[in-house]
Design a protein around this ligand. Structure first.
Ligand code: MIC
Ligand code: SF4
Length: 649
């Protein structure tokens, strides 16, 4: 059988297992990345694993999320991560350097390599033809410790891009179009592989915009071939040596195929509150805009921001609009300072903030009450911007810039403006000022743990029978932003699970912690695609801290399910989805044969003691997953294995 590009890369890195969809494989991981809001946990876990040396070729610890230092907490986290990077031999990227995914693309991404990152948008690297996968922090810690990653082989979906985009339509519109077609769960269980003549018209960073938002499809990752466009980007980054051409074998077999005619795509917007709630901008009528935010790992490349600057040059942002711009990297910011584009943005009235995630994760710039905010970001879940009553639309940089001038949501092709043409620079700026490299001699280096760094919860081996109340029943597509919200108030507590626990399920229930504590923990029930969105382990660790033993759902998002397993929380799916309707909050449940069945057929009998009926649920996972759950999470599992091998942990 002819291999897809994704399978070629897996095959090249295969350590064990069979390369067929659904089977478990272990691959060599060349690179890892972490960012600070998941990174503190990663390095606490590495400490618990007793690791001295990383086994990857390159690992980078970025600080880009929690850069507002309104108290000592974020700074404590930064210092801790910097000390861990030095101790374990990682490159450290200081706050201000930029967003992990943009920087990784610029400085380290390599076609054909495997990158594992503790952030769901790690697939941004797929724009360069690398297999870049987002995972929970423990999986990334384990990848640094072992140099490998074990996962279930996904199917591969081919999206063929035909033709060429129209003027004023860009990569963001392409991925919004794909989200409209496939929805936020359409990519679950797949790697999405792009091909076709349309690829050559998209630059490496355009491609990265598309693979970045593959996370919103639920895909394991997305990937483009590595070609002349990739070479053009890498050589301008001074990294031509990292270039290799790569594509699928001709006649490659795919599990699903879709063709998209690029010239049919119009400027699009994802309406509140989901990235797949997509419509043509021109169909939305007059929507008055209060805030426009441009940036994030989706749309803060040099080309994106230069287009915005060209649109704004010599004009003025509408009086009622606050325009915020967060560059993707310090390199981009410095180039725009040198070529005058930064001056154009400032003269037009834009608010420039440091190169970081910023408002994308609610770190400042929360819009006013009931505001309409247009953002070039990737997620518009309710409340994520920091204002519950705000309505966020996701759009391209072109739509954002033109709308900021006009004051209402405007299809950029209808404004009569000159189309900005931005050639790639001869050379991208490459500054080293914010990178700190690990010292040669790392013996006896200590971790710096300020008072904000608290121990994280570790589970106990799974009980034979799980009993408790159904504490919360929720709808389809619940996000990790619902389970463990994040904003400027909460991000400082990413290394402080007890504080975070007060806000668990905050968008859905105001008193989840109290209910959990009064009932000695219990169960949670979800609909389809439970836990979509971010990779944050806190959406498993905080429920674990509050005594959640199992989550019963119609289906799970990939990273969250892995995080539940790593924490020792049992994820179960209904054998018959209709059974979901039979349960009420506060029903008393008993999972009769939970532990015993994990080693068998995975079928668990869930008895509803309150309503006196029983249904079948299924554990869907590998033998290793079952062993991890029985041990009470990955760290206990590792400890048991190391004790078995006669090593201390
Ligand atoms: C996000 O975009 O939701 C985040 C913040 O980058 C998360 C990681 C986190 O919660 O720390 C992600 O996408 O994985
Ligand atoms: Fe940062 Fe936003 Fe990208 Fe997450 S989606 S990594 S918060 S810029």
């Amino acid at each position: 059988m002819k291999n897809s590009l994704a399978y070629k890369i897996i095959e090249k890195n295969l350590v064990s297992g069979e390369l067929t969809p659904g089977s478990e494989v272990t691959v060599k991981v060349n690179q890892t990345l972490t960012q600070d809001s998941t990174g503190t946990m990663v390095y606490l876990q590495m400490e618990a694993m007793n690791i001295n040396e990383i086994k990857t070729e390159l690992s980078v610890a970025y600080i880009d999320h929690n850069t507002l230092q309104t108290g000592f907490e974020n700074a404590d986290d930064h210092a801790f991560i910097q000390s861990a990077a030095a101790k374990y031999g990682l490159i450290f990227s200081k706050p201000g350097n930029g967003i992990c995914h943009q920087l990784h693309l610029e400085r380290f991404g390599k076609p054909g390599d495997i990158l594992l990152g503790s952030d769901s948008h790690t697939p941004t690297g797929g724009g360069l033809g690398m297999l870049a996968i987002g995972a929970g922090g423990l999986d990334v810690a384990a990848a640094m410790a072992n140099g490998t990653y074990t996962f279930t082989v996904p199917k591969v979906m081919n999206i063929e891009l035909c033709g060429k985009l129209r003027p004023w339509v860009s990569a963001k519109d392409v991925i919004l179009h794909v989200l409209k077609l496939l929805t936020v769960k359409g990519g679950v269980g797949y790697i999405i592989e792009y091909s076709g003549e349309g690829v050559q018209h998209l630059s490496a960073t355009d491609r990265a915009t598309i693979t970045n938002m593959g996370a919103e499809l639920g895909a394991t990752t997305s990937i483009f071939p590595s070609d002349e466009g990739t070479k053009a980007f890498l050589s301008r980054q001074g990294r031509e040596a990292d270039y290799i051409p790569l594509c699928a074998e001709s006649g490659a077999v795919y599990d699903k195929k879709i063709a998209i005619h690029l010239e049919e795509i119009r400027p699009l917007a994802a309406k509140p509150h989901s990235p797949d709630n997509v419509a043509a901008v021109e169909s939305l009528g007059r929507v008055k805009v209060d805030q426009v935010a441009i940036g994030s790992c989706t749309n803060a490349s040099y080309t994106d921001l230069m287009k915005v600057a060209a649109i704004l040059k010599g004009k003025k942002v509408h009086a009622d609009v606050s325009l915020i711009i967060a560059p993707g990297s310090s390199n981009i910011l410095s180039m725009m300072a040198e070529n005058g584009a930064l001056g154009d943005l400032i003269a037009a009235g834009a608010r420039i903030i440091e190169a970081s995630c910023g408002p994308c994760i609610g770190m400042g710039q929360a819009p006013k009450s009931n505001a309409i905010s247009l953002r070039t970001f990737n997620r518009n879940f309710k409340g994520r911007c920091g204002t519950d009553s705000a309505e966020v639309f996701l759009v391209s940089p072109e739509t954002a810039a033109v709308s900021a001038l006009i004051g209402s949501l405007t299809s950029p092709d209808s404004a009569g403006l000159d189309l900005p043409a931005i050639p790639l620079p001869h050379k991208f700026a490459v500054h080293d000022g914010y990178f700190v490299y690990p010292p040669e001699n790392r013996n006896n280096l200590e971790l710096i743990m300020g008072p904000n760094i608290k121990p994280f919860p570790v589970n106990a081996p799974m009980a034979a029978v799980l009993k408790g109340k159904l504490l919360l029943k929720v709808r389809d597509n619940i996000t990790t932003d619902d389970i463990m919200p994040s904003d400027a108030k909460l991000l400082p507590y990413r290394s402080n699970i007890p504080v975070l626990s007060q806000y668990c399920f905050g968008t859905l229930s105001k008193d989840f912690r109290q209910k959990a504590q009064e009932n000695g923990g219990g169960f949670v029930m979800g609909g389809e695609n439970y836990g979509q969105g971010s990779s944050r382990e806190h959406a498993a660790l905080v429920p674990l801290y509050l005594g959640v033993k199992a989550v019963l759902a119609k289906s799970f998002a990939r990273i969250h399910k892995a995080n539940l397993i790593n924490s020792g929380i049992l994820p179960l799916v209904f054998a018959r989805k209709e059974d979901y309707d039979r349960f009420e909050e506060f029903d008393v449940l008993e999972l009769e044969n939970a532990a015993e069945t994990l080693d068998g057929d995975g079928m668990v009998r869930v008895i509803n003691k309150t309503q006196d009926f029983a249904v079948q649920c299924r554990f869907e996972g590998s033998k290793t997953d079952a062993a991890v759950l029985l041990a009470g999470g990955y760290l206990n599992y590792l400890k048991m294995q190391q004790e078995g091998a006669g090593k201390d942990v």
